[in-house]
Design a protein around this ligand. Structure first.
Ligand SMILES: Nc1ncnc2c1ncn2[C@@H]1O[C@H](COP(=O)(O)OP(=O)(O)O)[C@@H](O)[C@H]1O
Ligand SMILES: [Mg+2]
Length: 239
């Protein structure tokens, strides 16, 4: 049997005395979409930052394609195919749209040209073509979110970690963001999504985990959790 694309075991992360993750274990198989849901402050962002080695862990193991990531610099993980689209966009405000995309492209060289990669972005987001020479910091919130997803279009990771892609978007733009994520899914990308938009995410993900105060308290198929009102209301306050 092949290794799961992502395997996290017994992960502990603390900020000084604050224990943000207290022994989290999960996995994603190649091509699978998993979701981590949980209330504000439950540790979702910490989990993604620890997986992408932007935060040190106190204990536990993360394996990507079977290889332990301990001590591997974050940029090396990106080159090996792990891209983290952080909460709050993750674009560089004083650089132009083109420069932001170029950075994402250069982090993971492939045989496709940058110009070809840009064409794929423009096909999906014509707006990015109009804004290509503007500083990212001058874009609207929704456009910045488009740009952060466009980074994934040019980078073409094998494993995408995406933190609250729908945060702050209008309903139409939320649909747009999920449409792009569905294209990634259809291309065979493995996705770990963190979201507050519970129902939409459960319909999107193959499986989901529920995080509460740094512990995973439930998991199951998206369809199963979607139809378990007890779990949703108890842990997520969703009616
Ligand atoms: N930089 C930080 N310094 C201290 N505590 C933090 C920091 N970032 C997050 N925390 C705390 O860690 C816990 C988990 O936060 P976070 O991972 O951001 O949760 P979520 O993304 O689910 O809202 C919270 O109690 C939060 O206050
Ligand atoms: Mg968060």
């Amino acid at each position: 049997m092949s290794d799961p694309q992502l395997a996290v075991s017994d992960l502990h992360v603390a900020y000084g005395p604050i224990k943000a993750l207290r022994g989290v274990s999960l996995h994603a198989d190649a091509g699978e979409t998993i979701a981590v849901l949980g209330a504000n402050g439950s540790g979702k962002t910490t989990l993604l930052r620890a997986i992408s080695n932007m935060l040190a862990r106190q204990q536990g193991r993360v394996r990507v394609n079977g290889a332990d990531t301990a001590g591997v610099p974050a940029h090396k993980l990106v080159r090996d195919g792990l891209l983290h689209v952080p909460e709050g966009r993750g674009t560089i405000g004083r650089l132009t749209v083109r420069e932001n995309l170029r950075l994402a492209y250069d982090l993971r060289p492939t045989d496709q040209s940058f110009e070809a990669a840009l064409e794929r972005v423009f096909a999906r987001f014509p707006r990015m073509g109009e804004r290509i020479s503007q500083c990212a910091g001058h874009l609207s919130g929704g456009e910045q979110q488009m740009l952060s997803l466009a980074r994934a279009i040019v980078n073409r990771p094998r494993l995408l970690l995406v933190d609250e892609p729908s945060l702050g978007l209008s309903p139409a733009m939320v649909d747009e963001a999920f449409a792009v994520l569905r294209e990634f899914q259809a291309s065979g990308m493995t996705i770990l999504i963190v979201e507050q938009n519970v129902r939409k995410t459960l319909r999107f993900a193959n499986r989901a985990y529920i995080l509460r105060q740094g512990l995973l308290v439930a998991s199951g198929s998206g369809a199963h959790l979607l139809h378990d009102p007890g779990i949703l209301s108890h842990y997520l306050g969703a009616s």
